[in-house]
Every structure is written in C-alpha cells, then in structure tokens.
Unconditional design. Structure first.
Length: 293
C-alpha cells in the first residue's frame, strides 16, 4: 500500500518550505554583503538554481506511453509509441537556462549600474551632481598644525609648512626632518577632545632624493600600532584610521634607506600631508590636486 496522498503533500510542502528558506537566507546575505537587493536577488536565484540541478541529479527517470492514430489508408490501424522522460535531464536543462539568465542579468547590472562599469552613466544630468554631498551636520576637521602647543609635543623639531606630494599641494601639513637611518622621530598628540578618525597623506616632497624611503607609523595609547606605511618620493600612502579608542596618539617616522649613507649632512622631510583629526560626521579635506579636485 502506497503512502496516503495527504502525507505526500505534507512532505512536498515541507521540502518547498526548506528551499524557500534557503533562498531567502541567500538573498538576505547578498543584501548584507553586496549592498543592495539586486545582489540579494542574484544570490537567491543562484541558490534556487543549485537546488534544481542537485535535485535533477538524484531524480530517477520516468517512463510513459503515448498513443497516436496514424493517418493512413487503414483508418483502423493504430500505432503505440513509447518514450522515456528523463526528469533529471530536464532539471539540468532548466538549471542551465537559469544560470545563463542570471549571469546575463549580473553582467548587465555591473556594466550599467555600478560605477566603473563599461556602460555606467550617472543618473543626474548635472556634472558632479552624482557625488554625495556632505551631511548637513558635517563638521570641519582639526588640522594638526592648528593644535594648541600643549597638545602636541615636542614643540621643537616639528615644522609647519606646505609640500607638494605627487602633484598634490598639501599646504596644511606638518613634517619631521630625518637624516639618520634607523633613528625614529616621534610626535606625541594629546588632544583634549576624542576624535573618530585620523587622516593624512604621508609622503616625501616631490623634490627629494628618489632613492630615499621613510617609514610612517601611527600608534595609540601604550604605543599600540594603529597603522604603518613605507613611502618614498613619488610613492606616498594615505592614512585613514579609526582612533576613537585612543586618548593619546604617536606619529613616528624613521628613515629606512638613503643613497647618501647612514648619516646625511642634510635632512629629508617626512611630511604628514594635511594631517587632520575628524570628529563624528567630520568632512575630510585632504591635499587637493593642482586643479582643486
């Protein structure tokens, strides 16, 4: 005796519910990690396709019979035709078609709707209007050069000046002179206000010796490492670090290489280009290009 119809229906309904839950979970993950519901839809569709293909791999072949009356001179002649319907193969065909469709939609979305895509066009007709405007509550950054003397140490050995780094004019900068390989120079910051981020274009001016290099380090309370970059003329590095957990910051620079030997009669300039502290909702302003962009 076969299974009652009600039991089969409940099992089919339960399987369908599990599949829908898996697709919904994949769609939610695509939304979270992909950034929008388009990616969520792709993830859900690919999950459904996987289920169809895997189900087809285990689906047994079904056999059926078809009767057809031949249109011949003998009106009473009947031919019986049999055929085999391979349900697994049909699922594979459906799955392959879904994969092709989803891939096509994915390519179309990336190329037309994602910045950098071959056919991407901003939706706004005004030039530059697609750029996000700063929040209404955004506040300006605090540049290190403008900190009160009691919040930056040492008071000597730190210079305030502008510098051109790879063509970008960093006019609100501080720099530390370095001349001896391996000898670190440290600036200690003790701002009275907690800030959210530290930003700077760390580099050496364009007119410095091309064979020199400097290591820049940002450290927090207890000399804990926050960020480290190695730069040389023409190859700066941007710092954009979360400093919300720190009350004291240390800016450390060390000369790494120099064609002039371990001790140089002059000084290289290790520039913290437009170094700034940003509060919550702070709008950064970092080393514009010559065109002001």
């Amino acid at each position: 005796m076969g299974e009652p119809g009600g039991g089969r229906a409940r099992r089919a309904l339960l399987r369908m519910l599990v599949i829908l839950l898996a697709c919904a979970a994949a769609g939610a993950a695509g939304r979270i990690f992909g950034g929008d519901w388009v990616w969520g839809g792709f993830a859900a569709a690919l999950t459904l396709t996987t289920v169809i293909v895997l189900r087809g791999a285990w689906q047994p072949a079904g056999r059926g019979t078809i009767n057809a009356q031949a249109a011949t001179r003998d009106a009473y002649m009947t031919h019986n035709r049999s055929f085999t319907l391979n349900a697994g193969g049909l699922s594979a065909v459906v799955g392959a078609a879904l994969i092709m469709a989803v891939n096509g939609l994915l390519v179309a979305h990336v190329s037309t709707d994602v910045p950098g895509g071959r056919y991407y066009r901003p939706t706004s007709p005004e030039p530059g209007a697609d750029r996000k405007s700063p929040p209404a509550t955004a506040v300006t950054p605090v540049f290190l050069r403008d900190l009160p003397a009691e919040q930056i140490s040492p008071a000597t050995g730190v210079s305030v000046a502008g510098a051109r780094i790879t063509g970008r004019q960093c006019s609100r900068s501080i720099y530390q002179p370095v001349s001896t390989i391996g000898l670190a120079h440290v600036i200690t910051l003790t701002p009275t206000t907690r800030y959210r981020r530290f930003m700077a274009l760390a580099g050496m001016p364009d007119d410095e010796d091309l064979k020199a290099s400097v290591e820049f380090e940002l450290l927090g309370d207890g000399q804990r490492m926050i960020g480290r970059k190695t730069v040389s003329p023409g190859k700066p590095a941007e710092f954009d670090q979360d400093i919300s957990a720190y009350a004291t910051l240390y800016l450390r620079v060390t000369l790494i290489t120099s064609k002039n030997g371990t001790e140089y009669g002059g000084d290289y300039r290790a520039v913290w280009g437009d170094a700034q502290l940003l509060p919550a909702n702070g709008q950064p302003s970092l080393c514009p290009t010559a065109a002001g962009n």
